[in-house]
Structure formats: C-alpha cells, structure tokens
Design a protein around this ligand. Structure first.
Ligand code: ASP
Length: 314
C-alpha cells in the first residue's frame, strides 16, 4: 500500500544570494529529518493525522523555522503562536491561536480537537488547556533566538507593522531579502487512503498584539477532506481573504480540476495578482502531490507514492 507526504518550512526563505552552503545544509537536514519522522509513521501503516503531527512537531522543535522554538516576535517582543490540524477522514479539526507557552502548538491543536467540543481556542485559554492535559510548557527564553530578535529590531526600525515584502505602501522602504515569514506544515495520504493536514507558525515578525493569521483558521491556511489536504504559508491576510486552502477543495469538487490545476489557480491566478505572496503543499486522494509557490522559494520536502523523496528550497 502506498502513502505520500509533503512538508514545508515556510515560503519566507532566505534569498538565494544570501544562503550560505552551511545554512543550506542545515535547512535541508532539518527538512529531511522531519520528512523521515512523518514517513516512518506512514510506512508502519499509521494514520495520516499522526504523520502530519509528527512531522510538524519535528519542525517546531527546530529553531530554524518560524514555529514553536524558532517563532518570530510580536511588536512587543513576545511570541504568539498559531497552529491547526484537520483529519480528512472524519472531518474533525482543532486549532490554537496566540499561545505563548506550549512547546508544541500542534499538540495543543490536536488536544482542542480531541479533548474539547471546540475547533479553535485562543490566548491564555489555549495554553491553559495544554497545561491541564500535561503538555510541555516553556518559558519565553525557550522561544528566544538571536536571529529572530534581530529581525524584530529591523522591522521596527523600518516602520513595518508586519513582515511583508509585497508592494504595499508600508514597503516604501527597500525590501530586505532576508525578511522571513516562515510557518511549517505537513500533508499526508496514509496507506488507507485517508488525508490530513497540519500547520504551525509564529506568524509574522512585528505583528500587532493579538493578530491571528491564516494558519489556525480552518479553510484559510489549513484544510483536509476526502479529496485533498492543504497546508499554506505566506502573507496570512491574503490567504484568509481568499479562503485559500478550502478554495482548492472547491475547485476540485465543483469544477472537477485536478489537484495540480486547482493549486495553480489559487497560488498563481488568484493570490499572486492580489499581492498574496506565498505557497502551499497539497495531496489528493490518489496520493498526488503539489507544492506550488509564488515567492522566491519555499522550504519543502516530499515523499511521493512511488517512494521517491526530495528536499528543495527554490
Ligand atoms: N501564514 C503565516 C501567517 O500569516 C505566516 C507564514 O506562513 O509565513 O501567520
């Protein structure tokens, strides 16, 4: 029986010209590790939901990516993390927004799905749920990385309320090629043909207190049903207004498009002209994968139904 898995480490990649061979090796190896972790679950016949959670946890624990440990800073210098997952087999979903303490926000999202009647919990209430159920919590120092802190100082100095190198009035300042977005995600089709998606993020550097992006909004940044599973990365406000992830499912269902066609329409025909920079990873019920992006790069890795795997950045 075949399975497929794709992961991403965000569309806000380091500009090709600034990526040193050492840094590239670190990103590739972290993506490879996360892919292997998720693939091991699927290879042993495990459910897609467990595989995407496992892969995302691995990326959350890596300080290189903007999720969990490496989450970016808000304007006030805090971390407010968002995460969601969705089980295509049952249609159930769980999400958290603005958590500050939980080590692995994706685990908290799963807890919302499995231990409550709700879909989305936010702010201290979400951290509280994680605490009640014994998930590991961490002090702010755990989430502090020098690199992200410097990005915050640069964003404040540039007067940018958000990390955005799209052409907005606020971006009158010359775009710095090193601005990062980030976000991590995974989509999988397991050996039973079930699909799942998971996404986790620190959001955008210098974001306003209490800003919530597309990641934890089911249908915007994360979606899974019987036809496809989608995890998005990019400038969240655009993905929210486009209901990007669910739009792909609609294009497949209502217009009969293939996964690749539906992804192209959303990423290149709809998001890009609107200024919605980013990308997504997607899998369909047959195990086909699509990993389109309209940004310079997107950290990504995949293992297709024939067992071939690859890691790529640009
Ligand atoms: N989509 C995320 C957000 O807007 C950020 C990202 O993917 O880089 O919060």
């Amino acid at each position: 029986m075949k399975f497929s898995l794709a992961i991403h480490g965000g569309a806000g990649t380091i500009a090709r010209t600034s990526l040193t061979p050492e840094a590239e090796q670190q990103y590739r190896s972290a993506l490879h590790t996360a892919l292997q972790a998720g693939a091991a679950v699927l290879a042993s016949g495990g459910p897609a939901l467990d595989a995407v959670e496992t892969a995302v946890r691995s990326l959350e624990d890596c300080p290189l990516f903007n999720a969990g440990r490496g989450a970016v800073f808000t304007h006030e210098g805090h971390h407010e993390m968002d995460a969601a997952l969705m089980d295509g087999a049952s249609g159930r979903a769980g999400a958290v927004a603005g958590v500050r303490e939980v080590q692995n926000p994706i685990r908290a999202a799963r807890l919302v799905m499995e231990a409550t009647e709700h879909v989305l919990l936010a702010y201290p209430g979400a951290d509280e749920l994680a605490r009640e159920h014994g998930l590991p919590l961490q002090p702010p120092a755990y989430f502090f990385t020098e690199f992200r802190h410097r990005q915050l100082q640069e964003a404040i100095a540039a007067g940018r309320m958000q990390l955005d190198h799209a052409a907005t009035p606020a971006a009158a300042v010359a775009p710095d090629p090193n601005w990062k977005k980030g976000t991590v995600g995974a989509v999988a089709r397991d050996q039973h043909g079930h699909l799942a998606a998971a996404t986790s993020t620190g959001g955008m550097t210098n974001k306003r207190y209490a800003r919530i992006g597309d990641t934890p909004l089911i249908g915007a940044g994360t979606w899974a049903d019987a036809r496809c599973a989608i995890s998005c990365t990019g400038h969240g406000e655009y993905f929210m207004r486009a209901v990007a992830a669910h739009d792909i499912a609609c294009l497949i269902e209502y217009r009969g498009l293939t996964l690749a066609e539906a992804c192209r329409v959303v990423v290149h025909d709809k998001l890009a002209p609107a200024g919605g920079e980013g990308g997504l990873i997607a899998v369909d019920a047959a195990g086909n994968l699509a990993l389109p992006f309209n940004s310079e790069g997107m950290y990504r890795a995949w293992r297709d139904a024939d067992g071939a795997s690859e890691v790529a950045i640009y």
